[in-house]
Design a protein around this ligand. Structure first.
Ligand SMILES: Cc1ncc(COP(=O)(O)O)c(C=O)c1O
Length: 391
């Protein structure tokens, strides 16, 4: 059992429990790219809280417009229309509904993919545990192997106009990285078939991968790009669906077809705008790339030295790193050992064998030393406990 405390406070890369114990947060399911309570985000949200926290939805919401402007500035070209949501799953819902309005109704999604747990998002999420209780309420999506362009083309050939949704690197599936060039081929196949392409960067976007977006490396421009998690600045829940003008046109014509009372409220909008500015101003995309590369090397070394017989792979990009164990209980044991050393990491919802290390881009040398020493000690402990293991 995880003898975890009650978390009561957080600042930067640390979380503190009810007894004042300090934890290094390298988990947080990809939320804390800026760490916790980033001072610039807190200050902007506090000012907003004291002046105008929630909007009428009748007059113009200036904070919404500024957040949209900031996101459009850093998104790939032509992605200019921003729909702000309260959670990642809501951003997914918005994208699927906009695709439907544009006539792209057949859903195509990927094995292992995770897009959230509201009914629409769950329809395109590949996890029987979460789907089975609601099966009859879910849309019938086609699940095809992630990384396989021929399978996608065959499915696109089979159906009328489709909506294809995928992550550039699958995070909850256990950090699954597709072959180089795959995203570009997906984009081309979608264009050939007049399909609507949604790239879900809720976990990977805003610098987590050491680039602004996973699509940026292959210069892919989807019809909708989704952001969330890190967009919060570690302060306010907020997500976004960012569309091209053409994709967004049906909702632009009648915005009441999809609304949310609190979506894009001034507090969330100010957090989103400030987060984008902090990532830009402090060069966090580069920092994520550099510290990610160093951390990936260090993690590979540690497992090679300490317990190569217990793992299949260590992989990652930027600050999204996965350790793929041979057995689920090794992954659980590693998380437990790290927790014992006051380091928090994340498990993977769609693959219990993979532990994810997803620290903030603001880790300093002392944090990296804390993390790597804790990983080494934990890997050694696992090696001793499972010294007779044979795959
Ligand atoms: C890629 C991806 N999409 C969507 C979601 C759903 O986001 P939320 O939990 O904020 O609804 C997640 C959450 O883990 C995710 O990783």
């Amino acid at each position: 059992m995880l003898a975890a405390g009650v978390e009561v406070r957080s600042a930067g890369n640390y979380v503190f429990d009810h007894e004042g114990t300090q934890y290094l947060d390298c988990g947080g399911y990809n939320v804390f790219l800026l760490g916790h309570c980033h001072p610039e985000v807190v200050s902007a949200v506090r000012d907003q809280l004291e002046t105008h926290p929630l909007s009428t939805r009748v007059l113009v919401n200036h904070q919404y417009a500024s957040a949209a402007e900031a996101l459009a500035r850093v998104a790939p070209p032509t992605l200019d229309y921003v729909w702000l949501a309260n959670s990642g799953a809501e951003a997914v819902e918005a994208a699927l509904k906009v695709a439907w309005l544009g006539g792209c109704k057949h859903l195509i999604t990927m094995t292992g993919g995770y897009h959230g747990k509201t009914l629409g998002a769950l329809s395109v999420t590949d996890n029987p545990t979460y789907r089975t209780p609601y099966e009859s309420l879910l849309s019938s999506a086609a699940f095809i192997p992630f990384g396989d362009v021929s399978a996608l083309q065959a499915e696109l050939d089979r159906s009328e106009r489709s909506c294809v949704i995928l992550e550039p690197i699958q995070s909850e599936a256990g950090v699954i990285i597709p072959p180089n060039g795959y995203l570009k081929q997906v984009e081309e196949s979608c264009r050939d078939h007049e399909a609507f392409l949604v790239v879900d960067e809720i976990s990977t976007g805003l610098g987590r991968l050491g680039c602004w977006w996973g699509v940026a490396r292959e210069q892919v421009v989807p019809d909708a790009l989704l952001a969330g998690k890190a967009l919060s600045g570690g302060v306010m829940p907020v997500a976004a669906a960012i569309f091209t003008a053409e994709a967004y046109a049906p909702l632009n014509r009648d915005p009441f077809l999809h609304t949310s009372t609190f979506g894009g409220n001034p507090l969330a909008a100010v957090a989103a705008r400030t987060t984008v500015e902090v990532v830009e101003r402090h060069g966090l995309v580069n920092r994520a790339q550099q510290s990610g590369e160093a951390l990936l090397c260090a993690t590979r070394e540690i497992f090679k030295e300490c317990c190569p017989h217990l793992i299949d792979d260590v992989r990652g990009q930027g600050l999204l790193i996965g350790v793929d164990f041979k057995e689920e209980h090794f992954a659980a044991g590693f998380i437990f050992e790290l927790m014992h050393r006051h380091v928090i990491v994340s498990h993977s919802l769609n693959s219990h064998r993979v532990v994810r290390i997803t620290p903030s881009a603001l880790l300093d040398k002392t944090d990296i030393q804390w993390l790597t020493e804790a990983m080494r000690e934990s890997a050694l402990k696992l090696a001793v406990t499972n010294k007779d293991y044979k795959a």
